[in-house]
Design a protein around this ligand. Structure first.
Ligand code: IMP
Length: 440
């Protein structure tokens, strides 16, 4: 049994982390999101119902699990209340199991407005953000001007005045920088006070709240959002998000000590996608791209934007495995590749006439990288109901084995379809077999 597991995206987000977290949650007592905000979109299918979560950790769909929005997050209370209400309308009472770290920062409406206007002003050089105010909120955090979740505990009138003051300051910036109209400070102040009235019982000091994890009484799962290649420090800057999606962010975003981590599950999709702008060496175009996009339903869960699809990039995946110290891989959406005659995997890049097999995090260099592919035979048998890894088509297993070799890390989980139960745990199948042989 693991005391602390971290689940991290190994590509540009949208790897299907939500599904993997959902599979691992029955083993844990608390799930913590450690970075990002409502820019994330985790889709989990439970029976006929589809849940798209933006701020809440996926663990919320399991009745007994506590969920913490960690201090490394930026929390939009408008989005949070909408999410809690939607869950309630679908019969999931989340309010009593959601905890908010007092040190997380608050996204205010002007952060969203600044995000939108800045993107517009950059025109074709924009990042392609989700427009959720993520960058501007982290800017305020780093310049020590932000509002934090803990501020919601102030007496109503003090809180209202504090918010009004922040909006008035932002209004000056909006006018000076974008010639944009002022935002309604009084109304925003009053709305935040209303939100605080509902959210106050959920606010905790996360150091105290997580004491049972440090004491070994609770098992924790730390849920990453976005992906390694969107990390502010290790991604293809500036086409990144504004937080640390990688394992370092899991530590600073929760305050939990590193030696408690005994499992890092790197989630990789069986092919790549990227949403937003920025370099993407294995990107496909035209009909091939469209076919993969349709087969994998590759449209953003937060913005609905079509995702850019491409072949699996083993150079980038190895980089992600090493940066995060991955102990195992969860490979998602392998079923989407079923029916292709051939599948390609990028094993190296050519950069300025040289062949390289390391990932340049510098966007300008990555832009010039051309993929070197190895081609593998495809498979056509539908395996969406299979639970035993050995029953996968031989070519699908050969594909997985090739990825393992190139990345240098074992694939433990394979997701075979969108439903909760459609995944293979190779170790579980092995232990079931060992038990039946009387060897466990
Ligand atoms: P931001 O996080 O909204 O500032 O966007 C910065 C970049 O990260 C853009 O390219 C977004 O498309 C991308 N991004 C942010 N969140 C996600 C996500 O959850 N999945 C995939 N891409 C994301």
């Amino acid at each position: 049994m693991h005391s602390m597991s971290v689940v991290i995206g190994g590509q540009w987000g949208d790897e299907g982390k939500g599904k993997i977290v959902d599979c691992l949650v029955p083993e844990v007592d608390v799930v913590i999101r450690y970075q990002g905000g409502a820019n994330a979109g985790h889709t989990v299918k439970v029976g006929e119902k589809k849940f798209v979560l933006h701020l809440l950790p996926t663990g919320i769909l399991h009745e007994k699990v506590r969920c913490l929005l960690g201090g490394g997050m930026v929390v939009d209370t408008w989005a949070l209340l909408e999410e809690l209400d939607e869950l309630k309308a679908n019969g999931v009472d989340a309010d009593s199991r959601v905890y908010l770290a007092s040190s997380a920062h608050l996204v205010l409406p002007f952060h969203r407005r600044i995000d939108e206007l800045r993107e517009k002003s950059l025109q074709r050089k924009n990042i392609g953000t989700t427009g959720r105010g993520i960058g501007p909120t982290y800017e305020d955090k780093m310049s020590r001007m932000g509002l934090r979740v803990g501020d919601l505990l102030l007496p109503d009138e003090n809180l209202r005045r504090l918010v009004i003051e922040k909006v008035l300051r932002a209004n000056q910036y909006l006018a000076a920088r974008f010639d944009a109209p002022a935002m309604a400070a009084e109304a925003i102040g009053s709305e935040i006070v209303e939100h605080a009235q509902r959210l106050r019982p959920m606010i905790v000091d996360s150091f105290d709240f997580l004491a049972p994890v440090r004491a070994g009484a609770w098992r924790a799962l730390l849920e990453g959002a976005q992906g390694t290649l969107l990390d502010i420090d290790h991604g293809s800057y500036p086409f990144v998000t504004s937080s640390n999606c990688t394992v370092g962010g899991a530590l600073t975003g929760t305050g939990l000590p590193p030696q408690l981590i005994d499992r890092v599950t790197l989630v990789l999709k069986a092919y790549c996608t990227r949403v937003g702008n920025g370099p993407f060496p294995t990107e496909l175009h035209g009909e091939e791209a469209e076919a993969l996009r349709q087969a994998g339903h590759e449209f953003g869960a937060t913005t609905g934007r079509p995702r850019r699809p491409g072949w699996f990039d083993a150079v980038a995946a190895r980089y992600a495995a090493e940066i995060n110290g991955a102990t195992e891989i969860a490979l998602t959406k392998l079923d989407v590749l079923t029916g292709l005659e051939q599948v390609k995997v990028c094993t190296a890049y050519t950069l300025d006439d040289k062949t390289i097999d390391s990932f340049p995090a510098d966007a300008a260099q990555l832009e010039r990288c051309k993929p070197v592919y190895t081609e593998l035979p495809g498979w056509s048998v539908d395996f969406s109901a299979i639970k035993d890894y050995r029953e996968l088509p031989e070519n699908a297993r050969a594909y997985v084995a090739t990825l393992e070799k190139l990345i240098g890390c074992r694939v433990r989980y394979v997701s075979t379809g969108p439903q909760r139960e459609q995944f293979i745990d190779r170790d579980q199948a092995a232990s079931v077999q060992n038990r039946s042989l009387g060897t466990a």
